[in-house]
Design a protein around this ligand. Sequence first.
Ligand code: AMP
Length: 112
Amino acid sequence: MEDCLFCKIVAGEIPGDMVHVTEHTVAFRDLNSQAPTHVLVVPRDHYTNAAELAAADPAALAELVTTAAAVATAEGYDDYRLVFNTGAEAGQSVFHTHLHVLAGRPMTWPPG
Ligand code: AMP
């Protein structure tokens, strides 16, 4: 997908601080970290959001979650928060499906 930041990171055209790479997913550290561990897990294929990915490729959506769990474990955390922002009003700023993995500090509820 032209002009998609995360497609460019997946393709290696823009550098990412990679922490985990699988056949279908890429995980890299968020540039604007909101926790001691803040990693984004993205599918290699371009979908706008989590629901689109789920409709098109349920197994790929599941792999985002299993990859996120592997990232948290590798970073030494049993407890973590997973977030899919969907739509600008919900805080989505990059329109390529991505799962935020946040860990390493107490999380409050409700989120802001
Ligand atoms: P969202 O706001 O849910 O769409 O999340 C997009 C995330 O991408 C934000 O948390 C940004 O800090 C992060 N981000 C933007 N550009 C980059 C980049 N080049 N490398 C890593 N993370 C990025």
